[in-house]
Design a protein around this ligand. Sequence first.
Ligand code: ADP
Ligand code: MG
Length: 321
Amino acid sequence: MLSEFELIRQYFTRQAQPGIRLALGVGDDCALLKTDGKRQLAISTDMLVEDRHFFKGAEPQALGHKALAVNLSDLAAMGAEPIGFTLALALPSVDEAWLASFSRGLFALAERHQCPLIGGDTTKGPLNLCITVFGEVEPQLALRRDRAQIGDDIWISGSLGDARLALAGYRHELELSAQTLETAAVRMHTPTPRVELGRALLGHAHAAIDISDGLSGDLAHILESSNVGARVDASTLPLGTALQTQERTLGWRFALTGGDDYELCFTAPKSAQADIRAIGDNLGLALTRIGEIEAGNGLRLLDAQGAALTLDLQSFDHFRS
Ligand code: ADP
Ligand code: MG
């Protein structure tokens, strides 16, 4: 069966026609459209489906937050500034308590980023939340997936793997303490889009992606688009606070393949190290160097002694069984 990405490539990717005001089409975190002004328009859509992206009965305020957060995260990954969003909603019934709570979560995040809701669509149907965000970015500086260069450091914001740990707790794959599950669940239900970081990285970072499907798969998108390889030192991976209570190789596996982290993975030249540390200090956000872009292709994963590590690194694909 076709994978999610083969399907998109085969059926929904076309050569741009001349004259169209397209700067960047299918295949990055956002598309970029040329405007008459100095900045380009960055656009991205993400859908959350019940029983797929969240459990039936999920807390509506957190759902409102997350529906917008995962979209803002794609703007962050391009270094774009949010300017507005639309909301397409399918609802099984009118539940006013649910709507009040959902919209509270949604608008709290929208207001934090001065990103107004500008339209949408509402229909009856199985619960489905689809948001399209619009942003603006300086065209020469946009953080595209295809701009990584050999010798770049690879950086991660914040920490990885707690959302995956929460999922393991809910599914009883692991028995977690109430405290560990609660800490991890916050990361799963209310991710923080790194919009300010994305903006601050313009002019410093070469390439970026947000981690929605798991670091190994998402970094692979940068490697393929940029036609390079990478070395990642597993022992440097910043594990989430809850995940640090778990066994180390499990921590690495969840950090590399878990997904739902919505941190940024970016590459930058060594000459930018001091600037990047200063950006992290300014934002009060941990920025960790986890490896280096190298010639070749694919990801080499090393342990603390520099020996090759073999972990099962399949990241998330909606159509792979
Ligand atoms: P992200 O995780 O950053 O939201 P995805 O992995 O969902 O990105 O999608 C990969 C790329 O394919 C993106 O550029 C996205 O816009 C594009 N894409 C996904 N589905 C479709 C579709 N049905 N038609 C056209 N482009 C699509
Ligand atoms: Mg993305």
